[in-house]
Design a binder for this molecule. Sequence first.
Ligand code: AMP
Length: 173
Amino acid sequence: MSLDAIQDVIRDVPDFPKPGILFKDITPLLADGQLFREAVRALSDPWRDAGLKAVAGIDARGFIFSAAVAFDLGVGLVPIRKKGKLPWQTIEAAYALEYGSATLELHRDAVQPGDKVLLVDDLLATGGTAAAAAELLFQIGADVVESAFLIELGELSGRARLTRCPVRSLIRF
Ligand code: AMP
């Protein structure tokens, strides 16, 4: 496992998308097949043969990792999308971002009550996005076994907002 190598390829982009934001660019990691696979496996590994029903991924960079983790584990994929993108009956949760605000939606029938679901996103910053996503999953009765992130920005204390499930990140800045 080369978490150090994964950390090393993540590129800092200052003042994107707004002044004052240090954006963590994951595209160099995605471009490296071996490191991308190692990152996906590190997210998946604790959950092999754990009886998961699905991995839930957060729009949009979260889809990249959640889809790969779901494939790796052989379980379903549940998209949690920005408002207006899901075609069926939805529930929604509004939240504030490190930059801006948004609303997430989830299909009402995405999983059944009691189903074990792993929530995945690329990055945990203030925690607003992941807390809203977890809340939607809890509302439809999912058993959220963990919120897993490639990157955690520790000084923003996002994990403090995820009180109802364990939180794990591969890399902390
Ligand atoms: P937050 O709700 O503050 O935890 O923000 C997390 C979401 O915003 C994730 O979906 C990230 O993709 C994105 N995000 C927030 N801050 C950054 C950052 N500094 N670099 C890259 N993505 C970020």
